[in-house]
Design a protein around this ligand. Structure first.
Ligand code: CTP
Length: 400
């Protein structure tokens, strides 16, 4: 592991135009009391509630409002996004939530939010009816699905005189969420992580193959999250329609044999191996060089077993943390426990593939994490959120 980093962490605090904007002053102070550097970016409407001077005085840092403030200075939305270890938007109006959900960037705050690779925490505040509206909830759900974290508004008397949920969450809750994310931000600095993902394609001829329905989403999400936490990540993936995750060395392969070769190459340096790939257990004994014509179609295709990549890596486990996946139809946890033992794994992610609408080819999954200490049943969640939980557990295992 790398030496401890003592440079202060930075929260970019986005403040939007709601009556709760004054509470963002207290939030900035609380974050600073926790030893965090705070850079404030405000929307134009936020400045109608609190002036930039207030935040400037509190944070002793310049406050950014306009995309056009200082044309000669570093490009703000990029530099602010890069400085952020975590970005927090509090209070966040319905309008800004809608803009974030649709990738609109018509001011410095929303541009920074889109440009940053840092985790984004949103603390909404608005009228109860606006909060409850289907469109707002759909926008919140869309953002959650992309990994944005929400500190839910509280119930109580609202500035508009109505009573209901919509009040900005307590400053302490927002600070706690930010600290939790900051804790993770560089947690895997200096750690090498190898992730296998996707399904493999075993050729029958140049056109046809034996494959499976794995989309690679889980593995890509894990690789991306590990990189976000500072790890040096190699992702070895079978064919997937997903783009290379940011900051990850991505190696694209087709077959199980190619996946094995690429995984073995990255294994020596790896401290953690997460094998989420759905490797084809068998391949055609021979792949035809030319396309097989209909009339020449064989009655049977002879199959030979593929090597078990994870099992063979596990023989050289050393002090590495190894995580396997188990796709079961039936008692998922029981099958996973057997794999845990057989492959000398530290953790197995078990999922029941018979669950309709989940797992393979879906953005969501419900899994059980199985370790020697016991089972942890997780609720249904987005695969990005699952990646977070899984890496929290892996980190805990590494710390012993
Ligand atoms: N795995 C692998 N190489 C293979 C097969 C599987 O690395 N040739 C890894 C997978 O990435 C996964 C775990 O091993 O982490 C799955 O184990 P496996 O025994 O193949 O289980 P299932 O595919 O779930 O099914 P079965 O119980 O039928 O073996």
């Amino acid at each position: 592991m790398a030496a401890m980093d003592i440079t202060p962490k930075t929260v970019v605090l986005g403040v939007t135009g709601g009556i709760g904007a004054y509470k963002a002053c207290e939030l900035a102070r609380s974050l600073m009391r926790a030893g965090i550097r705070v850079r404030v970016v405000m929307t134009e409407s936020a400045t109608k509630f609190v002036t930039p001077v207030t935040f400037r005085a509190l944070t002793r840092e310049p406050v950014a409002v306009s995309l056009w403030d200082e044309p000669d200075a570093k490009i703000h939305h990029i530099s602010l996004g890069q400085e952020a270890d975590v970005m927090v938007i509090a209070p966040c109006t319905a309008n800004v939530i809608a803009k974030l959900a649709h990738g609109r960037t018509d001011d410095l705050l929303t541009t920074t939010a889109l440009a940053t690779e840092a985790p984004l925490i949103v603390a909404p505040a608005m009228n109860v009816h606006m909060w409850r509206k289907e469109i707002t909830q759909a926008n919140v759900a869309a953002l959650r699905a992309r990994g944005v974290m929400f500190v839910e508004p509280e119930s109580g008397e609202l500035a508009c005189g109505e009573v209901g949920e919509g009040r900005l969450a307590a400053v302490d809750s927002i600070v706690a969420a930010a600290l939790e994310e900051l804790g993770r931000a560089r947690e895997l600095e200096g750690v090498c992580v190898l992730v296998t993902a996707g399904g493999t394609r075993e050729p029958i001829d140049p056109v046809r193959y034996i494959g499976n329905r794995s989309s690679g989403r889980t593995g890509f999400a894990i690789a991306e999250e590990a990189a976000r936490r500072g790890a040096d990540v190699t992702l070895v993936t079978g064919p997937a329609t997903l783009a290379d995750p940011f900051g990850v060395r991505t190696v694209r392969v087709e077959t199980a044999l190619q996946m094995r070769d690429a995984a073995e190459e990255a294994f020596d340096d790896a401290d953690v191996v997460i094998a989420s790939a759905a490797v084809a257990d068998f391949r055609p004994a021979e792949a035809s060089e030319g396309k097989i014509k209909k009339d020449d179609a064989p009655d049977t295709i002879e199959l030979v077993p593929n090597p078990d990549i994870l099992a063979s890596l596990a023989e050289r486990k050393g002090s590495r943390v190894l995580v396997g996946f188990a796709a079961e139809s039936g008692d998922a946890a029981a099958g996973a426990r057997a794999k845990l033992m057989a492959k000398h794994l530290d953790l197995v992610v078990a999922n029941d593939i018979t669950e309709p609408g989940l797992g393979f080819d879906s953005a969501r999954n419900r899994v059980t994490l199985v370790t020697a200490q016991g089972d942890e049943e997780l609720p249904e969640m987005d695969k990005r959120v699952l990646a977070r939980v899984l890496l929290d557990r892996v980190t805990a295992i590494m710390k012993g």
